[in-house]
Ligand binder design. Structure first.
Ligand SMILES: [Zn+2]
Length: 304
């Protein structure tokens, strides 16, 4: 009798305490099926590659990435895709508009780990044209009372708004002038020179913030004092670079703001500087010239 009572009590308690999620109907989201297939493809590509133990080796020996990448969260900017690098190459921090905030524990801890533990050699701050976070800093801010989401975004992009409002760079001053007198300023076009200039200035600001940060400052001081002798604390020289990625043609440009340890030769990047002519990428030659013309006409037709 006691046993039956206990069973009934347990059943009532279990039903009452059951999490509502367990009672909900469930089905697999069709859009996630593609990710499952993608993961299977990824694994089989490695299995048939010349290095089938690639993942196992990475897992067994830990990561030793030569680069730290600070980029935007934008889905069109992916460090391994744009540089054709493989896993284990980039230690990554991505956030809205590739910013470095000293008071932000996330970016700060990523930089600390990259410098003190992993010993990365290059930090690549990479902005991109058409950046929504930078555009939001040009737009008229939403009127109060702000929603939680608006407040979080406005707080995060405040340093970029500050650059926009105070920069003396010609293109940015011109954009500010054009916006004057408008009650509501909307997102500029991606090719607006002022918008592009602000994207570049924001990258430069992040480079400067990183260089001014105590993590890098202390590391440079230690390097200056002890050279490369203190192998537990010093991994080698570190260089911080500013790059910008063009989402329209995939090209990466150098903003020529690279910084290295004081008194040392600065190792720069081989990327072409901003403002020079875009280098055309040669498509693989297929068939004759006339057939090429025919096929491009056909593909144009197919697009419409
Ligand atoms: Zn962005």
């Amino acid at each position: 009798m006691v046993a039956i009572r206990s069973f009934v009590l347990l059943a009532v308690l279990t039903t009452g305490l059951a999490h509502p999620l367990t009672e909900a109907k469930r089905r697999t989201a069709p859009e996630l099926e593609a990710l499952l297939r993608g993961n299977q493809k990824f694994r089989s590509r490695i299995a048939v590659s010349g290095k089938p133990d690639f993942l196992h080796d990475l897992a067994a020996h830990g990561q030793h990435p030569p680069f730290m990448f600070l980029g935007c969260s934008d889905s069109r900017v992916d460090e391994d895709s744009i540089f054709s690098t493989s896993l284990g190459t980039m230690f990554t921090e991505r956030n809205i508009a590739n910013q470095f905030h000293h008071e932000d524990a996330n970016t700060h801890s990523v930089l600390s780990y990259a410098v003190a533990k992993l010993g990365v050699k290059h930090i690549l701050v990479t902005g991109h044209y058409g950046c929504g976070g930078v555009a939001a800093a040009i737009e008229t801010p939403p009127k109060p009372p702000l929603s939680g989401a608006d407040e979080a975004i406005q707080k995060w992009i405040a340093p970029i708004r500050e650059i926009f409002q105070t920069s003396t760079r010609k293109e940015i001053v011109e954009l500010r002038e054009r916006n004057k007198g408008h009650d509501e300023v909307h997102e500029p076009k991606a090719d607006d020179p002022g918008f592009r200039a602000l994207v570049e200035e924001n990258v430069k600001a992040s480079v400067q913030e990183i260089v001014n940060d105590g993590i890098i400052g202390d590391y440079f001081k230690l390097l200056e004092k002890e050279g490369h002798n203190n192998r537990t604390a010093i991994h080698g020289d570190i260089f911080v670079h500013g790059l910008v990625y063009d989402i329209d043609n995939g090209e990466v440009r150098d903003l020529k703001v690279s910084v290295g340890p004081p008194g040392k030769e600065v190792l720069t990047t081989p990327f072409p500087p901003v403002g020079t002519k875009t280098q055309a990428i040669q498509a693989p030659k297929r068939g004759s010239r006339s057939s090429k013309k025919k096929s491009s006409a056909h593909s144009r037709k197919a697009e419409h």
